[in-house]
Design a binder for this molecule. Sequence first.
Ligand SMILES: [Zn+2]
Length: 67
Amino acid sequence: MSTPKTTITGPVHLTAPGREPEPVASCRECLGFAVTRANARSVGDYSKVSDVNVMLRAHLREDHAEA
Ligand SMILES: [Zn+2]
């Protein structure tokens, strides 16, 4: 915080891409998880992002037979 910024930047993504479970495009449940995750991230609620990832991962495993 030593350098004052005059412009507003978007949220910083702290996690590397590729580590999160990917929603299946044709699945409405997956879409719901993706939307919830995006909303949580947009407000900086990373604990909820993590929760959604856990639920999405379980859903992928149970309903899509993916890891
Ligand atoms: Zn799904």
